[in-house]
Write a protein that binds this ligand. Structure first.
Ligand code: MSP
Length: 519
């Protein structure tokens, strides 16, 4: 079984999860499930980023200690991911003692190799970004992302000699053309590097909510330096070399475009400084936008604090963008499907309530739901509820073959929207086939059996193909067309070869999977 290691960013626990963080997590989950279906040995890591000034500030604002605050907020992430059916293998918290050990071990190694030095830093700092800005990057004196004042800071800091890695990073990207995808994002990373790299400050003395620097206990590591190391902690860096050698060479980081610099410039340089290979794959996705402005929790918090929804270019209503609220409203798989299908992974796209409703009605109620309900109804009326066997010569076989090939190809390119589009072409072909043959008008007999056996076979294949995107719907479909167990136990590509529906299984219509919604 080839190993496959996929990670999400670890999310700040200064506030609750939102649709933006759910977007990354659902995509990573679907990709992990896809690889399991292909028979790979998968490790799917997600978690929470719990240190830094921003978290300490949020805790103080709620009159809690940082530890109490993170212990409380992490539960909201776990609950939200549960409601979204996220099947991670490991949930890491950066406050875990084992993670502190890994951070210290990793950075001590970089220090020992001479890539960390003491210096003084003065600059303009945005607490929400946990990053410094240059005067000319500010907008009206404010952080260009969070639109809040930056603070002048001067600290004795340890610096990581990022500047020493310009040449090595360029060489790495030259030797690894697929290291950052899509290509436009790779070019952005190269642009950063070619623009010249300055050494970066990696420790703080102004607060102590972080991992203590092993060689100087007055300092804690800057939160990004501790956070990135989570990807190593989870695979046993410095503590379990077999585990590390198994997973690290197949690491795939899925991230949003806002954190490209950290993952595609700083992180590979840090790995090189510690004398390990950088993660071989980073996939950078775009942003979901509401009315053109980024739907981030800091902005939502800002509009709440100011009591002014007019602060954003369009009103952002938290109740409409909290993932669990959407799940309560539409059902988990409708939300997952929308997040995977609506916007090509890698591009920016609009997120709207109306968009979910219209895709739900078109794709889920009218196409997938309708196919199952028609087939089950006619199997009930013409075949006594027992599904006939698949017709090996069916005209649907070719459409299925193409859909399967296209879906496999698209999932392998991390293009869930295309994979689902291909899967829906098969659903469309099966519905069109039923409309052309009208089995409901035929007398029971071999012709009806051939048509329904083929439609059931198409449904079987569709069920397997949609299972990474919609695990619980796929489970229900699987049982309704007569199988026991779960489609997740199937293995591709064999499970999608035409001819697998055996016949003789009890087909159950049941309640509508996706009742139509009012537009
Ligand atoms: N803690 C850091 C990451 C450290 S990883 C070593 C962080 N956390 S975050 O909570 O702010 O999450 C950022 C990530 O959330 C983005 O990279 C992206 O994956 C996701 N998104 C946040 N807002 C988003 C949108 N509006 N649209 C899509 N994804 C969004 O940064």
């Amino acid at each position: 079984m080839p190993p496959f290691y996929v990670t999400t960013p670890i999310y700040y626990v200064n506030d609750a999860p939102h649709v933006g963080t759910a977007y990354t997590t659902v995509n990573a989950d679907a990709i992990a499930r896809w690889h399991r279906l292909m028979g790979d040995d998968v490790l799917f890591l997600t978690g929470t980023d719990e240190h830094g000034a921003k978290i300490a500030e949020a805790a103080a604002a709620h009159s809690m200690s940082p530890q109490q605050w993170t212990d409380t907020t992490v539960q909201r992430f776990r609950a939200c991911w549960k409601s979204l059916d996220i099947g991670y293998d490991r949930f890491i918290r950066t406050t875990e003692p084992g993670h502190h050990d890994t951070v210290r071990r990793f950075l001590q190694r970089i220090y020992d190799r001479g890539y960390i030095e003491l210096g003084t830093y003065s600059g303009l700092y945005c607490i929400s970004c946990e990053d410094y800005y240059l005067e000319e990057q500010l907008e009206d004196g404010n952080c260009p992302i969070h639109h809040r004042p930056v603070v002048a800071m001067e600290e004795d800091n340890y610096f990581f000699k990022l500047s020493a890695f310009e040449g090595r990073l360029l060489k790495w990207y030259e030797d690894h053309p697929d290291a950052v995808l899509p290509v436009a994002k790779r070019n952005e990373a190269l642009g950063f590097i070619r623009g010249g790299l300055r050494d970066i400050s990696i420790t703080r003395t102004s607060f102590n909510w972080g991992v203590q620097v092993p060689w100087d206990e007055r300092h804690v590591f800057y939160v990004w330096y501790d956070a990135l190391v989570n990807y190593l902690t989870a695979v046993g860096y410095g503590s379990d070399s077999d585990r590390f050698d198994h997973w690290w060479p197949v690491a795939h980081h899925l991230i949003g475009k806002d954190i490209l610099k950290f993952h595609c410039v700083w992180w590979p340089a840090m790995c090189m400084a510690a004398d390990i290979d950088p993660a071989p794959h980073v996939f950078v996705h775009g942003f979901l936008l509401v009315g053109g402005e980024r739907l981030s929790k800091t902005l939502v918090a800002r509009s709440g604090e100011d009591g002014g929804e007019g602060q954003t270019t369009s009103p952002v209503r938290l109740t409409e963008i909290a993932p669990d609220a959407l799940v309560d409203d539409f059902g988990v798989d409708a939300v997952r499907y929308h997040l995977l299908r609506e916007v090509p992974l890698g591009s920016d796209g609009e997120f709207s309530y109306e968009g979910i409703v219209s895709r739900y009605n078109a794709d889920l109620a009218n196409n997938l739901g309708n196919l199952l309900s028609r087939v089950a109804t006619v199997v009930g009326s013409k075949c006594g509820g027992t599904g006939p066997a698949c017709d090996p010569q069916s005209p649907l076989a070719a459409a299925a073959g193409t859909a399967v090939q296209d879906a496999i190809d698209a999932w392998n390119r991390w293009a869930p929207h295309e994979a689902l589009e291909a899967t829906w072409r098969l659903i469309g072909a099966a519905n069109a086939y039923l409309e052309a043959t009208e089995p409901w008008k035929l007398d029971p007999g071999p012709d009806v059996d051939a048509v329904l056996g083929s439609a059931l076979e198409a449904l079987r294949i569709v069920t397997v193909l949609v299972s990474p995107a919609m695990p619980s719907t796929a489970g229900a479909l699987w049982n309704r067309i007569g199988f026991v167990g779960s489609p997740a136990d199937q293995r591709l590509p064999d499970a999608a070869a035409w001819g697998g529906y055996p016949g003789g299984l009890a087909v159950e219509k049941g309640a509508a999977l996706f009742p139509r919604r009012k537009p």
